[in-house]
Design a binder for this molecule. Structure first.
Ligand SMILES: N=c1c2ncn([C@@H]3O[C@H](COP(=O)(O)OP(=O)(O)OP(=O)(O)O)[C@@H](O)[C@H]3O)c2ncn1[C@@H]1O[C@H](COP(=O)(O)O)[C@@H](O)[C@H]1O
Length: 109
């Protein structure tokens, strides 16, 4: 758990640092040079590739596509200046909501 957080925190810092790098040597900088639309498109493509791998690929293929998806999502969040902590806070908030939707949907006695 701590290791996952550390890896994502390092990736967030790397992605932010590479935003200003030379597009000739940096994939992150190349994505930024193409604009937010291209970055968003990549997240969509990697999402589809992850779905395909989940339905018909090997475990290794699914792991690879999921890594591509997470990486491109990190680039997208950085491009919109949304810290990963905002997303993690939202997930933590939803933990507190667990089961509330079902309770709300349940007919009253
Ligand atoms: N985690 C990744 C990572 N995952 C995938 N990729 C790149 O994502 C690209 C996806 O390949 P695709 O075939 O889908 O896309 P493409 O053909 O290159 O581009 P398009 O045709 O879509 O325009 C590949 O070029 C991969 O190398 C990544 N590139 C970088 N990182 C991390 O980002 C850091 C900074 O990278 P640079 O910006 O290149 O220094 C690296 O140290 C890594 O930690």
């Amino acid at each position: 758990m701590d290791q996952s957080n550390a890896i994502l925190a390092r990736l967030e810092a790397t992605v932010a640092a590479r935003r200003q790098a030379d597009p000739a040597t940096s994939y992150v900088a190349r994505l930024h040079a193409k604009g937010l639309g291209k970055i968003a498109q990549k997240v969509g493509e990697e999402g589809v590739e992850t779905v395909i791998a989940a339905l018909s690929g090997s475990e290794d293929e699914l792991v690879g596509e999921a890594a591509d998806l997470l990486f491109h999502l990190m680039v997208l969040l950085d491009a919109r200046a949304v810290p990963l902590a905002r997303v993690l806070d939202e997930l933590a908030r939803r933990e507190g909501l667990s089961g509330l939707a079902e309770k709300a949907a349940r007919p009253r006695d």
